[in-house]
Design a protein around this ligand. Structure first.
Ligand SMILES: [Mn+2]
Length: 357
């Protein structure tokens, strides 16, 4: 298990590589070229420059989150092969730079969705929260139009202003994309990139949908153990793997998180470990990482990763905003550093206990 922190690059992130380097046990970052729109090629020189910047701080790039998939690929539009060819070139360029773990998602229109980006907990910290009742009561376009304001000027992954500007067209383009069609389009994409991934040893790690159910009448295909296994079986090769995101799968309390990990040995290439607190069905708030703070048993999650031989990168996920930190919502330094230390502590205890048996 390699502990990492997500880092958006020096132009966008409020957290510096120097700070990340000082978190005990954090060996590297998960990063991306944040300014390159989905569908465009990631140039090798930009990747090499990013790598050099990270390595100059004695850190390593353990993976990319994310190389985003263009909507034409998700929709299955006639021009999708052009974007798949670009995606393959980006993968080749990453592999040439020695970066072979790639997170991506296949969510229509938008990435994760929250209804509150700064809900105050009883300790005065603020967190991301979600309430299905708000989603059900709001007009879809109004919700998306308000998003730029809610993000307080920060560019949030999957919510880039240029995407939000054409939100109506996007919904229109997805109107005939059923769950089955979206699944077929994912499999088409995976089969197209398979030879490249196998040639270079690239591990593709699909991120689950968040929340793990359909919203705004858009289909969701990575929401449960059964649905993930369906994708794994449809392209049954090790390159085709998962980003196990505890917080995303865990939005649905019916998902048995350690059980899911144990059902996917060798297919989890990347792990996001965090906690959240279920308030009522469809209503939750994110919390500190500790098991005692939320609804998940983080010990059992880390143990399942350990016992299934997971050796990929792991990162703490969304953090609370604490200690008056000013940062991109959920991606501050302090609470994620606490989360990393906690996960590393669990891991050390599990490892020592196992060795002594
Ligand atoms: Mn995640």
């Amino acid at each position: 298990m390699n502990m990492t922190l997500r880092w958006y690059g020096s132009k966008f992130d409020t957290v510096t590589l120097k700070q990340i380097r000082q978190i005990p046990g954090v060996k590297g970052v998960i990063t991306m070229l944040y300014d390159i729109p989905a569908g465009e090629v990631w140039p090798l020189d930009r990747i090499e420059a990013l790598k050099a910047e990270v390595e100059a701080e004695d850190l390593k790039i353990f993976g990319i989150e994310s190389v985003n998939v263009h909507d034409s690929i998700k929709i299955g539009s006639p021009d999708r092969d052009k974007y798949i060819a670009n995606y393959i070139t980006s993968l080749e360029n990453l592999a040439k730079a020695g970066i072979t773990t790639v997170c991506y998602n296949f969510m229509p229109v938008f990435d994760w969705t929250r209804t509150d980006l700064a809900k105050m907990l009883s300790d005065g910290s603020t967190v991301f929260a979600y309430d299905q009742k708000i989603i059900d009561s709001i007009d879809r376009d109004t919700f998306f139009n308000q998003s730029n304001d809610r993000f307080g000027g920060y560019v949030m992954p999957g919510w880039e202003p240029e995407r939000l500007a054409k939100i109506k067209e996007l919904f229109e383009a997805y109107k005939d994309v059923t769950e089955n069609k979206l699944f077929d389009n994912l499999i088409y994409f995976l089969k197209a990139i398979q030879p490249t991934c196998e040639k270079y040893g690239i591990k593709m790690a699909i991120h689950p949908d968040d929340p793990a159910w359909p919203i705004f009448n858009l289909p969701r295909i990575i929401t449960s153990k059964e649905k993930v296994l369906k994708v794994m079986k449809a392209v049954d090769a090790p390159f085709n793997g998962l980003t196990f995101c505890a917080g995303s799968f865990g939005t649905n309390p019916e998902n048995d998180l350690p059980g899911m990990i144990r059902a996917l040995p060798g297919r989890i290439h990347f792990a996001h470990v965090r906690n959240l607190h279920h308030i009522e069905p469809g209503v939750f708030e994110e919390t500190a990482h500790l098991s005692s703070e939320g609804s998940f048993d983080l010990y059992e999650i880390v143990k399942a990763l350990y016992e299934t031989g997971f050796e990929g990168p792991v990162r703490p996920d969304h953090g609370r905003m604490i200690w008056d930190e000013v940062a991109m919502p959920a991606y501050g330094l302090y609470d994620r550093a606490i989360g990393a230390s906690y996960i590393l502590g669990l891991h050390e205890a599990i490892d020592k206990n196992a060795t002594r048996k």
